[in-house]
Design a protein. Structure first.
Length: 433
């Protein structure tokens, strides 16, 4: 039964990802049509066509390989400057130039008489920028919506300054066996009689607003008798606790063990709803972490390779593909967590994947959307400078010159995608619960 739930959850998550991709392409399509670019295809998936239908000048359909999508706009590559529109001079300057010329020809074959103002390359630079940004913007907008539902509607898990459980004995965190065997000293919390449900109001005279604040105060008061006030059963209860020392992981460097003050309590974790400001803060934090991950992508992919073909464990915070994300989605739904927790975690994963897809597509390299956006911005800059210094309009930027690098990057992205699929199948990242 659990296997069926995992498969069903994985399929559900995969379908939702495909819908996200469909919306990504719809973003491109909507603005392409708004600005008058003739768009011949809108497809979800790659490879042979599974189903399609023509509406107006556009063919809408599904492909057999559901790992992406695309829209086909005519005139994505311009003719070489100096050539008549729609005609390419054959060049003998080398293999790469031949590839570029062949790609130009292929792009211009779909241009019909009367399409001169409907080709992508002839549009204003800001229109091209908006068309290409609209795709990633859809993913980013979905991520914001999902995070807003999560934060404002369900709430984020936050550690409270409330006792969830009290440890009976003091055991160093470095000790493998964490069970009380008898003879160990009582924890300060057990000795003073703290109980689950006690809320800390003050600690050593300081008003407590968060568990993070309380934790730092406890760690800094080793060897002292500290007055505290907790709220129990609606009444304020003053106590004095003798704080001992223990070996615990550092708050700043979890891999480092430090000797600090110890009370012996486990805090309560509960969901708290936030407002729009918390959504903005969360998105800012997500942006920072995603940019850092993208900057370290090459070394992270080395780790994926070592995990896929060696005995190294997958990094739970490392890159993950569509297959792996779908698998985790299934494991979330099959977990024994409460329904609300399942939904919140599932939604967070979906939001995170959409955000990562949107940010990845903004990388200023062809064939990604960010590469076309960089070309549009460069064109706008050149034209603005030309106007300022009263020079002739330099015209469109010839993105076809970057095709050799584009082919190289496309090959790199395909290898990365294949490696992630392999790793997700044979050495997957599992939902930790």
């Amino acid at each position: 039964m659990e296997t069926l739930i995992i498969l069903g959850g994985a399929l559900l998550f995969f379908v939702l990802l495909m819908l996200s991709i469909a919306l990504h392409e719809l973003g491109h399509l909507s603005f392409a049509k708004l600005f008058g670019v003739r768009t011949t295809q809108y497809m979800v998936g790659f490879g042979p066509t599974l189903w399609s239908r023509h509406k107006g000048e556009t063919e809408y359909g599904l492909k057999w390989i559901p790992l992406g999508g695309y829209i086909r706009m005519i005139g994505m590559l311009p003719p070489r400057k100096g050539d008549p529109e729609g005609h390419i001079r054959r060049s003998s300057t080398g293999r790469f130039q031949g590839l570029v010329d062949a790609a130009r020809e292929g792009a211009l074959e779909e241009v019909r008489p009367g399409d001169e103002d409907r080709v992508f390359y002839a549009k204003k630079w800001w229109q091209k920028l908006i068309i290409m940004f609209a795709g990633p913007a859809m993913n980013l907008m979905l991520a914001v919506i999902f995070f807003a539902i999560l934060i404002m509607g369900i709430g984020l898990v936050k550690t409270q300054p409330i006792v969830s459980s009290v440890s009976k004995c003091t055991i160093p965190s470095t000790q493998v066996d964490q069970q009380c065997k008898g003879g160990e000293p009582l924890t300060p919390a057990a000795a003073v009689g703290l109980k689950p449900g006690d809320r800390f109001l003050t600690y050593d005279g300081t008003k407590i607003d968060s568990y993070t604040q309380l934790q730092k105060l406890i760690r800094g008061s080793a060897g002292r008798a500290v007055p505290i006030v907790v709220r129990r059963d609606g009444k304020n209860l003053p106590l004095t606790v003798n704080v001992t020392q223990n070996q615990l992981p550092s708050l700043d460097k979890p891999d480092t063990i430090v000797t600090v003050g110890f009370l012996g309590i486990t805090p309560l974790q509960a969901r708290e709803r936030g407002g729009p400001g918390l959504v903005v803060t969360a998105m800012g934090d997500m942006t920072s972490r995603t940019v850092d991950s993208l900057l370290h992508m090459p070394q992270k992919m080395v780790g994926v390779f070592q995990a896929a073909f060696g005995h190294k464990k997958r990094d739970p915070n490392g890159p993950i593909g569509v297959v792996g994300a779908s698998r985790i989605g299934g494991e979330i739904l099959a977990s024994k967590s409460p329904v609300v927790e399942k939904f919140a975690t599932f939604l967070m994963l979906l939001a995170g994947i959409n955000f990562a897809v949107g940010m990845f597509n903004l990388i200023p390299l062809l064939p990604l959307d960010g590469g076309h956006m960089a070309g549009a911005l460069w064109e706008g800059l050149k034209r603005s400078i030309a106007r300022l210094i009263r020079r002739p309009d330099p015209g469109y930027v010839d993105v076809a010159k970057a095709l050799p690098l584009t082919y190289l990057m496309a090959a790199v992205f395909m290898v990365m995608g294949a490696l992630l699929i392999y790793a997700d199948v044979f050495n997957p990242i599992h939902f930790a619960g």
